[in-house]
Design a protein around this ligand. Structure first.
Ligand code: M6R
Length: 607
């Protein structure tokens, strides 16, 4: 999963492409590169590492006057992160350059054909196969468009791809199959990119490309065609309302911290227009056309999967809908038994996660309705779901997901309440009470966050040297324990495991010693006595304990972190930011790259 941008217009194109890549760096940052035509020559400049390395290289090149260019930021799939594997790649004859996000599954087969024809292709360079195949196609076809389409029809796998030619300097050719690609329509300029923020400062008018579509764009014209027969596809320009300000750091040191602190607003935004305060009812018109399912299968990855695990508790207890929750990469390769009144719900911040998208398609192929919970408007999952509920969290830039999970949990709580309303499975009084708690959360969290931040900072100093951590929780806190552990490992690189507290004595407790601390979620609910016993069991093995707990609970631990009490599963809205802030502060204390942790990417568009 890489980020690509192509520009054809009237502005200096190379700096514009680099600026666009900066906003796509969340998709990968192992290497970056640009291509442009100058003085009749097709140039590529590439560098290993983050965009800054490419910028350093560009600073030593003479100023380019090109008004068309394309750029790529890479997350390594085939081939190590090295300059030789950075995009753009040139065809052997140097007439074509290509950038690519995705995987060409039959590249070995295509490469063998090219080798027979006398081409050279570096090992692991699947994208070189595509560009050389297009060059070969030009020998047999009248136009570059025909040749490009001919090459793409032979490629299996996933791609968002863009090509420029030495002899057509102001023209971009791009196509998509199972990887995001959006066309930005400006005045006297056009863009293609993996994501909208790449060109948002220049235009908000976009065309979402579908799988199997190919586009030709220059400064003044654009046309989308079907790859299969090059017939013209009928496309609609959509106007995006996003605010670029929302994608800036706003005075915070990192996007992650800013996004953690945005959560009070996110909760309020997520509920806006969906709760009738006077009648204490929930309105989710997006789901009106669908019945309440007999059984719900929630499918997602990473943090979104944890939202699903948490939601199972309220969907079952409030709406009485039986729920299974599964990791998308497992679900998609299982012959899941889906009943005719079952429904699948896919949860994805980006709406582009390859495994989640594949799970959605599998469910739809089996004739099952799919609800998509997405943050990114117009993303593949949003467009392919039977119904989509947007989480309205605004752009999430930090690779570590924070406010997206918070917004998913709000929407899931509203869905549970709305289905409970439709099935009459929850008393009006309880529904009103839950809505009251939800409505109070933004103010409550706003007040609590600064204090939580201070505590997280102090604890981080004490615990940052630990090599491993347990996160323990029970019931609705168990998914939060999993999320706490995921957050810590992904940004601080400290090994952490989330466990159901009651499961510790079945093996994991053997690991406990004074150097292996445990972060326990010990809230004021009916499971508190059980969690307390589990904490004592760890202490009996000389394990140190941080307990996230509520006022008035009796606990004797190394560090007691008291947060305000919120009743039942909705306490998650205070637990989650505490866990996020602790991970953030540990990573920050250790000097890690918080927003762009090693080996990761924001949007995982490969399986
Ligand atoms: O965009 P999605 O919600 O589908 O992404 C799923 C995971 O890749 C994502 O939540 C990942 O686990 C985050 N880096 C966690 O912070």
């Amino acid at each position: 999963m890489c980020g690509i941008i192509g520009y054809a217009g009237h502005r200096p194109a190379v700096p514009l492409a680099v600026e666009g890549l900066r906003r796509l760096e969340y998709r990968g940052y192992d290497s970056a590169g640009v291509a442009f035509v100058q003085n009749g020559e097709l140039h590529t400049i590439r560098a290993e590492g983050k965009l800054a390395a490419l910028e350093e290289k560009l600073a030593t090149c003479p100023n380019t006057t090109a008004t068309a260019a394309m750029g790529h930021t890479r997350w390594a799939t085939h081939g190590i992160p090295a300059e030789r594997n950075a995009h753009p790649h040139l065809s052997n004859d140097g007439t074509l350059a290509i950038i690519h996000n995705g995987i060409i599954e039959n590249y070995q087969e295509l490469k063998n054909d090219l080798l027979t024809l006398g081409y050279t292709v570096a090992p692991d360079a699947e994208t070189e196969v595509l560009v050389n195949l297009t060059a070969e196609g030009r020998k047999q076809h009248a136009s570059l468009l025909d040749a490009f389409a001919w090459a793409l029809r032979q490629a299996h796998g996933a791609y968002a791809v863009c090509v420029m030619a030495k002899d057509e300097p102001g023209v971009l050719y791009a196509a998509r199959l199972a990887a995001p690609l959006i066309l930005g329509i400006g005045t006297g300029e056009n863009f293609v990119a993996s994501d909208i923020p790449a060109f948002l400062p220049y235009t908000r008018d976009v065309v979402f490309l579908e799988d199997g579509e190919i586009v030709r764009a220059d400064a003044n014209r654009w046309q989308v065609l079907r790859l299969a027969d090059l017939s013209v596809a009928d496309k609609r320009i959509q106007h995006i309302q996003w605010d670029m300000q929302a994608a800036q750091k706003g005075g915070f040191k990192h996007f992650m911290l800013k996004e953690i602190f945005e959560q009070p607003r996110v909760i309020a935004d997520c509920m806006a227009g969906r709760v009738d305060e006077a009648r204490n009812t929930v309105a989710l018109p997006e789901l009106d056309a669908l019945p309440v399912p007999d059984r719900l299968h929630i499918v997602a990855c990473g943090t979104s999967y944890h939202s699903g695990l948490w939601a199972r508790h309220i969907l079952e207890s409030w709406a009485k809908v039986p729920v299974t929750v599964e990791i998308a990469s497992e679900f998609r390769y299982r012959d899941a038994l889906l009943g005719k009144n079952d429904m699948v719900m896919v949860i994805s911040q980006s709406g582009e996660t390859a495994d989640t998208l594949a799970a959605l398609r599998m469910a739809r192929d089996k004739g099952v309705q799919v609800i998509g919970l997405c943050n990114v408007v117009g993303s593949s999952i949003a467009r392919e779901s039977s119904a989509v509920v947007y989480t309205q969290a605004g752009p999430e830039i930090s690779v570590a997901s924070t406010k997206a999970m918070c917004s998913q949990m709000v929407v899931l709580a509203l869905i549970a309440l709305s289905w409970a309303q439709r099935n009459d499975t929850l008393s009006q009084a309880t529904r009103a009470q839950m809505l009251h708690i939800l409505r109070a959360l933004p103010a409550q969290l706003e007040t609590a966050l600064p204090m939580m931040h201070d505590t997280a900072q102090q604890l981080a100093r004490t615990y940052a040297k630990a090599r491993s951590f347990f996160y323990l929780g029970r019931g609705h806190c168990y998914p939060l324990a999993l999320e706490g552990a995921l957050k810590l490992k992904e940004i601080s690189y400290i090994h952490a495991e989330g466990y159901a507290s009651g499961e510790m004595k079945h093996g994991p407790i053997a690991l406990v010693d004074p150097e292996f601390p445990t972060f326990a979620l010990a809230l004021d609910d009916e499971l508190f006595p059980k969690v307390k016993s589990n904490i004592v069991e760890v202490q009996a093995r000389r394990g140190k304990i941080i307990a996230l707990t509520n006022p008035g609970l009796e606990l004797s631990v190394d560090h007691s972190w008291v947060i305000p009490t919120v009743q039942g599963p909705l306490s998650a809205f205070l637990v989650l930011p505490a866990l996020q802030l602790f991970s953030y502060e540990v990573a920050e204390y250790l000097g890690k790259d918080v927003d762009q942790p090693r080996n990761l990417a924001k949007s995982v568009t490969v399986e």
